[in-house]
Every structure is written in C-alpha cells, then in structure tokens.
Design a protein around this ligand. Structure first.
Ligand SMILES: [Zn+2]
Length: 406
C-alpha cells in the first residue's frame, strides 16, 4: 500500500487509486496496524486525504439474485468500506453489478437493498461510494446514464444518505458503451447528457483511459491516452480536451487505469499519458513535458531480448545516466531525445503493479477553463518545455494494480 504512494510521488502524481486487498480473493487479511499508521502519516504529509480512491474487488456483485453470492458481496463490500474508512480513503469506486438471469429493474433494486444494509452497518462513515459507469456488455448495469441515475436515487430512497453515494465516470467505458468521445463536441454533449441525468455535481472521480474498442463496441479494453479510438486520430480535438478542461472535472481526482509499462525508450507510460492530458490543458508540447520529467528521472531504454535480425533501430535513451539508481545525482539531460515515440512498446520491463491516476488542475483551472464550451482549442505544440510543477496546478497520479480493467 505505501509503495503505491512512493510510486505515485516518483511519477509526480498527486493521488492514488489502490486496492486495499487482493481484488481477486474473497478472504482478506485484516489491515496491519503498523501499515495503517505508516500510511496515515504519509498521507497526512502528502496532503492527499481529500482525494484518494480505492477500487472495490471485482468479485463483488450487489445486483445478483443468487443469495449466497449477494450475501458474500455485501460482506466484502462492508469490508471494503471499513478499510477505506480506516485508511482515510475518501472514494470507493465499484461497478454496480450484473443482473444476469434477471431483469435490469430487479438488478437495480437488489443493489439498493444491499446498500440499505451496507450503510446500516457503517453509520457515520465518511467514505463515499462511487458507482462507476460501465461499457454495458452483457447484463452489466451502468452503461446508460439513466440507469445510474435511477440506481442512485433508489439507493438514496432506501438509505437516506445522499452524500455517501456518488459517481465515477470512465472515459473508455463511456466511449465503448456508445457515448462518443472521439471529438470534443461529442464529448461535451456526452457530459451535458450526464449532467442532465445524473448531475455532474455528484461526479467524484474520473478514470481517464483511451479505448481499444470503437464507439458502441461495448468492449472494455483500456488503451494509453492518444493510442485508442478516442484520442488516436487527433488528440487535441478529441473528447479528452473537453474532459480535462471541464470546470467540474478539472477539480476532481482523475485516475489513469492504463497498462503500467514503459515505452521502448524507458519512459513510464504514466508520464506520457499524463503529459498528453496536461498538454490539452496548457497547450504545451507533450514530449517537452515528458522531457521535464526525464531530466530529473533518467531512464534507460529497455533491452529487449529479440533476435538480432529483428532488432529495432536503437532509440537514444532519454537522460544521461546509465543507471536509474541515483536519480538525484544524475545530470539532467539537456533535451529529451525521443523520436520513436508514439508506438506502445511491448512490455519490456516489469512495471510497477499499479495504476496511475490523474488529477488535473485542482487549484484554479488555467485561464478559460471556467467555461467548458467556450474554451478555445489548445494551442499547437509550439511552446518550449516548462516544468509542469511551475506552470499551474496540474498534477496527476495514483495507483492500482495493473492488468485489470477498472
Ligand atoms: Zn475504470
């Protein structure tokens, strides 16, 4: 758990999304008190307490009509809420569930009944449960915003606790379900639709992922920002520009649930994904932003164990240090020498097992960001590199185990 904080800091993010237990197992060891106190002390120092996120186990299905699974799901969800409360994690994201074998209406009612018990067991807790939209495959609940809105209002009817139940949106899921995010205008319309049905003031977390599946494919496969069907054609004109510059979205924690791996030049994809999103807010060149990071965090191009004949052209490593060990002492690179940039490499190096999150501008959004529809398109990438730390309040971060979709 605390390693996630280290990694988020190293990557210059300012929040994390974590699993507080093994997300593939029903059983969970109690939290170790020493870890909890270490965690709490670290979080207090970092000042991230108001924006950390946990993702609930994938085993939980509060919508099921199989009683045994439903009971187990409620018990595990109770544990998830208690863990978040102990760790001061404000937001607990979960997928609403699947109504397989029954109807959508029955599934929604089942989740609301589960919440009555969950909130009875956890009276007075601060952790906010966030219903995540889904790609809508099979009998999964949460593709249409109308269903999410109906679910939340039924939960409120049964619990009387509106502040404890909110939403998380996932850009990959939105797009895959059929809320087109491939253009800025379409994304603005999708966010307007969300506001009209769910109320954007109830949105607490945004998962920023590009999508391998096309719009409406219902395929839940995350891609790096700018490498999928949302951002690849033209990132600056894509829905990501509308999302990161939306005045509400700009202030909430944003999580990257993209693969935790390095590009062929050794740069963590989290850094590239963040740079691309920040560039949509600031108009800076994303590779220049990447260069700012590599100047103080030298990277080494991965040594790929490929037969000589098929070896790719060597890529000039970014930074000057041969080893990544002494990041502080290493001389900063003068210029990032990234050319072979945009292709996702094969996973070449064991990436840290967690996902990053993006938090956009949490302080004052940059000029123009207060009006989501009137903000001009970002300037082209002409500006010289400038430290992201000095150019406003944009920060990103987080962490969660990799490999799984969220
Ligand atoms: Zn997600």
């Amino acid at each position: 758990m605390t390693t996630a904080l280290d990694e988020a800091q190293r990557l210059c993010f300012d929040t994390v999304q974590v699993f507080t237990k093994n997300q593939q197992q029903w059983a969970a060891k109690p939290l170790d008190p020493a870890m909890v106190s270490d965690w709490n002390a670290r979080v207090a120092t970092l000042g991230w307490g108001d924006r950390m996120v946990s993702h609930a186990s994938y085993l939980i299905n509060l919508a099921t009509h199989q009683d045994e699974l439903w009971r187990k799901s409620i018990d595990l969800m109770t544990d998830e809420i208690e863990r978040c409360e102990t760790l001061g994690i404000r937001y607990l994201v979960h997928h609403p569930g699947s109504f397989v074998g029954h109807t959508l209406d029955a599934g929604i009612a089942r989740i609301a009944d589960a919440y009555r018990e969950l909130f009875n067991r956890t009276r007075g807790y601060q952790t906010v449960s966030c219903l995540e939209d889904t790609a809508g495959g099979g009998s999964t609940i949460g593709g249409p915003f109308e269903d999410l809105a109906r679910l939340r209002s039924m939960i409120i009817d049964k619990t009387g606790e509106p502040p404890r139940i909110a939403y998380c949106l996932d850009s990959c899921h939105m797009h895959a379900f059929g809320h087109d995010l491939s253009t800025r205008q379409a994304a603005e319309e999708a966010l307007d639709h969300f506001h009209a049905t769910c109320g954007i003031e109830n949105l607490r977390v945004f998962h920023l992922n590009d999508s391998k599946g096309v719009v409406g494919s219902r395929l839940d496969r995350h891609a790096h920002i700018g490498e999928g069907t949302i951002g690849a054609p033209n990132l600056a004109a894509s829905g990501f520009a509308a999302i990161v510059n939306h005045p509400v979205v700009a202030r909430i924690p944003k999580i990257l649930e993209t693969p935790k791996e390095n590009r062929a030049d050794g740069v963590p994809w989290d850094i590239i994904n963040r740079a691309r999103l920040v560039s949509l807010q600031s108009g800076e060149d994303p590779e220049a932003l990447v260069g700012v990071w590599t100047a103080s965090h030298p990277v080494t191009a991965a040594k790929v164990a490929t037969p000589k004949s098929s070896m790719p052209k060597p890529i000039k490593p970014v930074g000057t240090a041969k080893s990544t060990k002494s990041e502080v002492e290493a001389k900063p690179a003068t210029k990032p020498a990234i050319k072979a940039a945009n292709k996702p490499s094969k996973r070449t190096k064991a990436a840290p097992a967690r996902t990053s999150t993006t938090r956009g501008t949490d302080a004052a959004p940059s000029a123009g960001a207060s009006s989501k529809s009137s903000r001009p398109a970002p300037r082209s990438s002409a500006k010289p590199a400038k430290s992201p730390r000095t150019s406003g309040a944009r920060k990103i971060d987080s962490s969660r185990r990799a490999t799984r979709r969220g």
